[in-house]
Design a binder for this molecule. Structure first.
Ligand SMILES: *[C@@H]1O[C@H](CO)[C@@H](O)[C@H](O)[C@H]1NC(C)=O
Ligand SMILES: *[C@@H]1O[C@H](CO)[C@@H](O)[C@H](O)[C@H]1NC(C)=O
Ligand SMILES: *[C@@H]1O[C@H](CO)[C@@H](O)[C@H](O)[C@H]1NC(C)=O
Ligand SMILES: *[C@@H]1O[C@H](CO)[C@@H](O)[C@H](O)[C@H]1NC(C)=O
Ligand SMILES: *[C@@H]1O[C@H](CO)[C@@H](O)[C@H](O)[C@H]1NC(C)=O
Ligand SMILES: *[C@@H]1O[C@H](CO)[C@@H](O)[C@H](O)[C@H]1NC(C)=O
Ligand SMILES: *[C@@H]1O[C@H](CO)[C@@H](O)[C@H](O)[C@H]1NC(C)=O
Ligand SMILES: *[C@@H]1O[C@H](CO)[C@@H](O)[C@H](O)[C@H]1NC(C)=O
Ligand SMILES: *[C@@H]1O[C@H](CO)[C@@H](O)[C@H](O)[C@H]1NC(C)=O
Ligand SMILES: *[C@@H]1O[C@H](CO)[C@@H](O)[C@H](O)[C@H]1NC(C)=O
Length: 279
C-alpha cells in the first residue's frame, strides 16, 4: 500500500496535518482548546435575530448542559418546521463534566465565529465534538462526515528483530496498530465503561519498539454492533491514510479513534495488551 494519503482521499474527507510531531512529550493534546477542524454546512443560512438563531442558541445551551452530566453525550432538537435545529454533542470519554462543558461552550462560541449564520456546522476538538443542522441527521448513524489527522513522522528502523516474518518495520508497525485498534474497538463496543462506549489501551512489544496507545469511542446510545461496525470502517481507513505514520486519528460524528506513540488520554490505559503473534 504505497498510496499517498492525499490521492486516497475522496472529496467528502478532510485532511489535516497534525503538528503533534513537534510536541512529542505533550501528554494531553486537550491542553490546547483550539478546533482541530470544522466544516460549515451548505444547507442554508439564517439571518440575525431570526427564530432559527434563537432556537439554535437555546439548543447549544441544552447540548452543553445535558452532555456534561449525561455520559458526555447529548442529542436534541429545538423549534419547529423550518426553524427546527437538530444537534449532537459528544465529549471524550476520559473528560470530567467540567472539561466537557468547557469544551462544548467553547465549541458553541467558535462555530458562531467560524461559520457565522450557517444553519449547519460541525466542529472537532481534542475533548469534544459538536454538530448542529436544520437537517434531521440524528435519526441515522451516518458517519461519512469526518476529519482525518496524522503525525507527519513515520516509524523508522530496521526489520523488527524478534519477528520471524520477512517484513518491514513499517508493515510490522501497521499490524501492531491494527491489533491495538481492533482490541480497543472491541472493548469500546462492549460498553463496559459505565454507560460510555469508550476504551483506551496500550501495546508494548519490547524496549526497542515504541509503546502504542489507542483510544476508541462511539456515541453512547449506539447499539454495540453498530458501534463496532462504525469503528471498523475507521480502522479500515487507517490502513489507507496512516501507512507507517506514528500517530493518527479518524474523527467522525458517531465514532472516532486515535493512536499515538505517547500517552494522550487521562488516567491509566483500560487494558495493556500483547500482540498475539509475539506471545
Ligand atoms: C451563507 O453565507 C456564506 C457567507 O457567510 C456564503 O458563503 C454562503 O454562500 C451562504 N449560503 C447560502 C446557502 O446562502
Ligand atoms: C438584532 O438585535 C439586536 C439587539 O436587539 C440589535 O441591536 C440588532 O440591530 C438586530 N439586528 C438585526 C439585523 O435586526
Ligand atoms: C424557537 O424560537 C422562537 C423565537 O424566539 C421561540 O418563540 C420558540 O419558543 C423557540 N422554540 C423552542 C422550542 O424553544
Ligand atoms: C476535571 O479534570 C481536570 C483535568 O483535566 C482537573 O483539573 C479538574 O480538577 C477536574 N474537575 C473535577 C470537578 O473533577
Ligand atoms: C463565549 O463568548 C461569550 C461572548 O463572546 C463570552 O462571554 C464567553 O466567555 C465565551 N465562552 C467561552 C467558553 O469561550
Ligand atoms: C427524524 O427522522 C426520523 C426518521 O425519519 C423520524 O422518526 C423522527 O421523528 C425525526 N425527528 C424529528 C424530531 O423530526
Ligand atoms: C436522537 O434523538 C431523536 C429524538 O429523540 C431520536 O429519535 C433518535 O433516535 C436519537 N438518535 C440517536 C442516534 O440517539
Ligand atoms: C512519511 O512517509 C510518507 C509516505 O511514504 C512520505 O510522504 C513522508 O514524507 C514521510 N514523512 C517524513 C517526515 O519523512
Ligand atoms: C527479505 O525481503 C527482502 C526484500 O523483499 C529481500 O531482499 C531479502 O532477501 C529477504 N530476506 C529473507 C531472509 O528472506
Ligand atoms: C473492513 O475491511 C475488511 C477487509 O477488507 C472488510 O471485510 C470489511 O467489510 C470492512 N469493514 C467495514 C465496516 O468497512
Amino acid at each position: 500500500m504505497d498510496t499517498t494519503p492525499s490521492s486516497a482521499l475522496s472529496s467528502s474527507y478532510l485532511l489535516l496535518i497534525s503538528l503533534l510531531c513537534c510536541l512529542p512529550l505533550l501528554l494531553h493534546g486537550g491542553d490546547d482548546d483550539s478546533p482541530l477542524d470544522q466544516t460549515c454546512g451548505d444547507t442554508g443560512n439564517y439571518t440575525a435575530n431570526s427564530t432559527y438563531e434563537s432556537n439554535l442558541s437555546q439548543l447549544l445551551h441544552t447540548l452543553s448542559s445535558v452532555a456534561s452530566v449525561s455520559d458526555g453525550f447529548s442529542n436534541a432538537s429545538t423549534g419547529e418546521s423550518l426553524d427546527q435545529v437538530f444537534g449532537l454533542a459528544l465529549c471524550r470519554g476520559d473528560n470530567n463534566a467540567t472539561d466537557c462543558r468547557t469544551c462544548l461552550d467553547g465549541a458553541s462560541n467558535d462555530t458562531q465565529q467560524l461559520c457565522p449564520y450557517h444553519k449547519e456546522a460541525v466542529i472537532w476538538y481534542d475533548d469534544c465534538l459538536l454538530k448542529y443542522s436544520n437537517q434531521n441527521f440524528t435519526s441515522a448513524f451516518d458517519n461519512s462526515e469526518q476529519a482525518v489527522l496524522y503525525n507527519i513522522n513515520n516509524i523508522t528502523g530496521e526489520r523488527f528483530p524478534g519477528y520471524t516474518q520477512n517484513t518491514t518495520i513499517k508493515n510490522f508497525f501497521n499490524q501492531v496498530v491494527n491489533t491495538l485498534l481492533s482490541d480497543v474497538a472491541d472493548s469500546a463496543a462492549s460498553n463496559s465503561n459505565s454507560g460510555k462506549l469508550f476504551a483506551t489501551g496500550e501495546l508494548t512489544i519490547t524496549n526497542g519498539f515504541p509503546t502504542i496507545y489507542g483510544l476508541a469511542q462511539c456515541a453512547p446510545d449506539m447499539p454495540g454492533t453498530e458501534c463496532r461496525q462504525c469503528l471498523q470502517a475507521e480502522i479500515n481507513e487507517t490502513l489507507n491514510y496512516f501507512d507507517g505514520r506514528i500517530g493518527g486519528r479518524v474523527l467522525g460524528i458517531w465514532c472516532n479513534l486515535r493512536y499515538e506513540v505517547y500517552p494522550f488520554y487521562y488516567g491509566r490505559s483500560m487494558f495493556v495488551g500483547v500482540p498475539s503473534y509475539c506471545s
